[in-house]
Design a protein around this ligand. Structure first.
Ligand SMILES: Cc1cc2nc3c(=O)[nH]c(=O)nc-3n(C[C@H](O)[C@H](O)[C@H](O)COP(=O)(O)OP(=O)(O)OC[C@H]3O[C@@H](n4cnc5c(N)ncnc54)[C@H](O)[C@@H]3O)c2cc1C
Ligand SMILES: NC(=O)c1ccc[n+]([C@@H]2O[C@H](COP(=O)([O-])OP(=O)(O)OC[C@H]3O[C@@H](n4cnc5c(N)ncnc54)[C@H](OP(=O)(O)O)[C@@H]3O)[C@@H](O)[C@H]2O)c1
Length: 556
């Protein structure tokens, strides 16, 4: 096939807005999106949607700033958190609302096209779907999401007959789970998908045993949905710059606020007390001490150290619902017949297993050599880079760690908590978007490689950042400086969140600000004064960033 100008792999929110942004800037370009599934929207696609799924960001904070979402009446929301099906409809509308060269985004999606292999020859990327179907392009954006590839538990199964269903395919399996032959269901995992699975199973009148291992992060920390007046929801709290300042964060230069909050003993004590208070209020809502069973759902970590395990109790009656499951703080070691055999020796008989066991965040479409060159995460068992590169990285990391501790003394001695071995090596993309030295002709970018609590805002800002980079209109620091920044982000994450997760929850305001500053745009978008500190950031605050950037580059 003739090479196209741009291919975007993945038609979830990040892929859709990335393609849209590119087309806004280059309306005559030939742009394709390759999508594994038969529908668009990724996590929010019709085929993955089930009635329990609600957003974890409220109305007004979970929409592309350039495309406002239709508001819903109060009785259709829960403290402003709203049904996932509304996001499904929104993304469908977004993909068809505008045509570029008479083609909408949806017209450009090649569905049922799972990308298996990507290589680069000369100046072109070749993207293979099957042995005889491939596409070539000059520019490539990877938007395959952090929650696309299931991580399945790998215990030995001897003639184990019940189906093991990952939460990715929960919606598709509801008819099977609803069948009368399935009564006892086991849910494995402690994070938000497990909470959702338990609620769905109860709505189908199933008996649920819920197994959460003790060697990892434990049960998710679920924030209460509401917040004190004048705020509307708990999300408002973490979307204020003042609260963001209370997290030790390397995404912005040290200013007076960071010195006050993190640079002296009094500030550290006050900030700790605030975190403790919010932690206490949110735990109180769950009433974990109501019985022995519920005690097993106490969050594994304090609020301020929960990132990948932080979620919102975003549906009515959630705690009373999950209290009906039998919680076992144990681990599956093997399975035979209809029994799961646990580490404690206990046997649990079941008709089905729901694996709410998370995701793999590697990029299997790149072979190891290319993935290493592009500085992508690799599964831990993969042979590592050459010794020289490893030594260079270790030195950078050690220097970065020193800087993190000097800047934020509180991170020097955090308490320890159990955490699982990371499944992959760290993602070394600069700003979590581009390879530092493996892409000299600016032809590839990765969007959606960082998780956040305002992912549609992050998606639009990343899309512009990626388009600016691919158009060679982004001024980048030197390679040396970029390496230092990536090492700093990695060292910070290791200390701040005690492992290598990928979410920025308390720091999403700073991460978005950082990208805007890189683009030369105003990142203080609340009009200054108290508003900048206390008014929660919403999607509308980022409206118009594309035109602002165009103006800066005389493209309007
Ligand atoms: C159940 C659930 C609920 C969530 N709720 C929230 C929330 O409330 N708020 C929030 O901010 N975030 C939430 N998240 C995080 C979620 O990742 C983001 O909301 C958002 O969907 C990320 O968009 P994305 O485009 O990066 O990834 P996705 O939505 O996962 O889309 C990626 C797309 O890439 C496709 N793809 C993957 N691999 C390939 C391949 N090899 N070839 C072709 N196509 C491929 C997938 O089929 C998918 O369509 C949730 C995640 C889950 C799993
Ligand atoms: N909008 C919503 O309401 C909603 C719903 C669902 C998910 N989400 C979001 O989607 C993202 C992904 O959430 P997720 O819950 O799907 O995945 P996740 O956060 O990655 O959690 C995976 C869970 O599986 C456990 N696990 C992994 N491997 C295991 C094994 N081998 N045996 C036993 N347990 C194992 C982990 O425990 P360890 O700590 O022990 O490893 C963890 O509890 C999060 O950001 C979440 O907030 C949002």
């Amino acid at each position: 096939m003739t090479p196209v100008d741009l291919i975007v792999v993945g038609a979830g929110p990040f892929g859709l807005i990335a393609a849209h942004t590119w087309l806004e800037l280059n309306p005559n370009d030939d742009v394709l999106l390759l999508e594994s599934a038969a529908d668009l929207g990724g996590v929010w696609s019709k085929s993955r949607m089930h009635p329990i799924i609600k957003t974890q960001a409220p109305l007004g904070m979970f929409e592309f700033p350039c495309y406002p979402m239709e508001k819903l009446p109060k009785d259709k929301t829960f403290h402003n958190y709203f049904p996932g099906s509304h996001v499904t409809a929104y993304l469908e509308d977004f993909a068809t609302h505008k045509a570029f060269s008479r083609k909408t985004l949806k017209d450009r999606i090649v569905f049922n096209s799972h990308v298996k292999h990507i290589i680069k020859t000369d100046k072109l990327w070749t993207i293979s779907i099957t042995l005889d179907t491939s596409f070539t392009c000059e520019k490539l954006i990877i938007a395959t999401g952090l929650t696309s590839t299931p991580n399945l538990p790998s215990f030995p199964k001897d003639d184990f007959s019940p189906p093991v269903i990952h939460t990715r395919s929960l919606a598709a399996n509801i008819p099977l789970l609803n069948s009368p032959s399935i009564n006892d269901v086991v849910v494995i995992g402690g994070s938000k998908s497990a909470f959702d699975a338990v609620q769905i199973l109860h709505s189908l009148n199933k008996t649920v045993k819920w197994i959460i291992r003790t060697s990892g992060q434990g049960p998710a920390f679920l924030a209460a949905p509401n917040a004190p007046w004048p705020l509307h929801s708990s999300h408002d709290i973490i979307s204020m710059r003042l609260v963001a300042k209370m997290s030790p964060c390397i995404y912005e230069p040290v200013d007076n606020w960071s010195r006050i909050c993190h640079g002296n003993k009094v500030g550290i004590r006050i900030v700790d007390a605030i975190w403790w208070f919010v932690d206490w209020t949110w735990r109180r809502v769950a009433n974990f001490d109501r019985d022995e069973n519920m005690k097993g759902l106490k969050p594994g970590r304090p609020l301020c150290l929960s990132a990948d395990g932080l979620a919102v109790s975003n549906s009515e009656g959630l705690w009373d619902n999950v209290a009906n499951a039998t919680v076992l703080r144990d681990e599956v070691e093997s399975a035979e017949g209809k029994d799961l055999i646990l580490k404690s020796g206990k046997r649990v008989t079941c008709d089905a297993v729901i694996a709410a066991t998370g995701w793999s965040n590697t990029y299997p479409m790149f072979d190891n050599a290319l993935a290493t060159e592009l500085e992508l995460p690799l599964p831990f068992q993969t042979p590592q880079e050459d010794g020289k590169a490893v030594a260079e990285w270790e030195t950078l990391l050690a220097e970065a760690d020193k800087k993190v501790v000097e800047t934020f003394p509180r991170l020097a001695n955090l308490p320890t908590y159990p955490h699982p071995e990371p499944k992959s090596t760290p993602n070394k993309l600069f700003r979590s978007i581009i390879p530092i030295s493996g892409d000299i002709d600016h032809s590839i970018a990765f969007v959606g490689a960082i998780g956040s609590a305002q992912s549609l805002n992050v998606a639009e800002i990343q899309a512009l950042w990626a388009a600016a980079y691919l158009s060679k209109k982004l001024t980048l620091p030197t390679v040396e400086k970029m390496k230092q920044e990536v090492a700093l982000a990695t060292a910070w994450r290791k200390r701040r969140y005690l492992e290598d997760g990928y979410n920025v929850i308390f720091e999403h305001v700073q991460y978005m600000s950082l990208l805007l500053r890189d683009l030369g745009l105003n990142d203080q978008r609340k009009g200054g004064g108290w508003r900048e500190l206390l008014e929660p950031y919403v999607s509308a605050d980022f409206k118009g960033i594309l035109d602002e950037w165009r103006r800066l580059h005389d493209l309007l």
